[in-house]
Design a protein around this ligand. Structure first.
Ligand code: HAM
Length: 415
């Protein structure tokens, strides 16, 4: 028997209704309340889009990408995240000519060659939002507020929203020098030995115990912001307070991808074993330029939908399954034809309806109807065909009423 490849899985009922509930809620918030419009970009891009966009020295690009040569000898990569592709699309489609800020949201399937474990897959799904064209702190605050509102609407419990600022091209070099000096003489894990040269800020979120013990005393980006970054962060915080968003400052958030500056944030759950990031994001004011566009400030976030769905299920959030309004059981060939005709008219009136498609006996049709949990059953045999009247049974109350065998009369009784 074939199995889904390691780190991938099938999503199906009954849990699929929780996925749909998330998707509907996220779309409602982003599109209807905050005026984001949906963007769908290709599942794969030229490898360079991610190498440049995400950053050559990140774990994602170095170790985790699904990269291959296509038959035209081009290097292709399956999306490991959504931002780089959206930035490429923003530039290619000249979205900078449209009303600013451009607000875009997406649902993507992402691919990272990681060690699969709880909440970590090689194929996973994200819901993301990106905004282009505003460097104002009001944009940061609106985005974080939207995220907080979505979490509330989903009724996710024990979730923390943590924010930080990692400065800009102006203040960061001075800070990084201080950070490197601090770590130079300290013992580090093998990965951090490399990171100290290529990506020193990542030392602050190393999970290895020996490295973790140095983080408390390590210099933090937040204490080394230039005046502008400091004012920007102060304004983001006061706007979040104005909107009554609950957040925590976590000076250790540095994010795993290279493109961030200034505000960064994460959504953390303690309810999925160890601390788990449900999502994260931040500003990336240089990325559009790095990818060949005009300098354009931007920011965004992505939520890991696999993890959110897992948490919703763990917290007992249930979504009522859609129930079929009517099952029509036909007891003869003629009755089946009548069932199909009525069923067809009812569906045209937006009433959900099912008939036998397998040639089952009445007994097995009734078993099937109760298994799928229909609201009503109508049984048609030759007597009913002759009299033009049949019995409609309400499966909740077990009461029966007589009804004329035509779609409009039945419609009045089944919804
Ligand atoms: P990220 O932090 O790499 O950011 O991913 C965002 C979320 O996707 C994570 O917090 C996690 O919930 C989920 N995720 C990532 N990898 C996996 C995996 N292997 N299995 C399951 N879930 C996973 C980004 O991707 C940025 N593009 C976010 C962003 C948008 N920044 C600005 N705009």
């Amino acid at each position: 028997m074939y199995k889904a490849p390691k780190g991938t899985r099938d999503l199906l009922k009954p849990n699929i209704s929780v996925w749909q509930h998330f998707e509907q809620t996220a779309r409602d918030v982003a599109q209807n309340l905050y005026n984001y419009s949906e963007i769908r970009t290709p599942v794969f891009e030229e490898t360079e889009v991610f190498a440049r966009g995400v950053g050559d020295d990140t774990d994602v690009v170095q170790k985790e990408m699904y990269t291959f040569k296509d038959k035209g000898n081009r290097s292709i990569t399956l999306k490991p995240e959504g931002t780089a592709g959206v930035v490429r699309a923003y530039i290619e489609n000249s979205l900078f000519n449209e009303a600013a800020p451009a607000k875009l949201y997406y649902f993507i399937t992402g691919y990272r060659y990681e060690r699969p474990q709880m909440g970590r897959y090689r194929e996973f799904r994200q819901f993301g939002c990106e905004m282009f064209g505003s460097e104002s702190s009001t944009a940061d605050a609106e985005m974080i507020t939207m995220l907080s509102q979505l979490i509330k609407k989903l009724n996710l419990k024990d979730v923390a929203l943590e924010i930080n600022s990692i400065g800009c091209g102006e203040c960061r070099p001075v800070y990084l020098k201080k950070l490197k000096d601090y770590y130079a003489a300290l013992p580090k894990c093998g990965t951090c030995e490399t990171r100290i040269e290529k990506n020193p800020m990542r030392l602050l979120d190393c999970k290895v115990a020996a490295c973790k013990s140095h983080t408390e005393a390590a210099p933090k980006p937040l204490d080394h912001l230039c005046e502008d970054c400091s004012a920007h962060f102060a304004s983001v915080k006061s706007l979040l307070d104005l909107c009554r968003v609950e957040y925590k400052i976590n000076p250790l958030i540095v994010r795993g991808l290279d493109y961030y500056n200034r505000t960064v944030f994460e959504v953390i759950s303690n309810d999925l074993g160890a601390q788990t990031a449900l999502g994260g994001g931040g500003r990336y004011d240089k990325l559009v330029e790095v990818m060949g566009g005009k300098p354009t400030p931007a920011l965004g976030f992505a939520l890991g939908v696999d993890r959110i769905v897992m948490l919703l299920q763990k917290q007992g959030e249930t979504v009522a399954e859609h129930k079929i309004d009517l099952y029509i059981a036909g007891m003869s060939e003629q009755a089946l034809l009548k069932s199909i005709e009525i069923c067809n008219s009812l569906r045209a009136q937006n009433i959900s309806c099912e008939v036998d498609l397998i040639g089952r006996s009445l007994k097995s049709q009734m078993k099937y109807a109760s298994k799928i949990g229909v609201k009503n059953v109508l049984i048609i045999g030759d007597d009913e065909l002759n009299s033009g009247i049949a019995k409609l049974k309400n499966m909740n109350t077990s009461t029966e009423v007589e009804v004329k065998l035509n779609a409009s009369d039945i419609a009045l009784l089944v919804v």
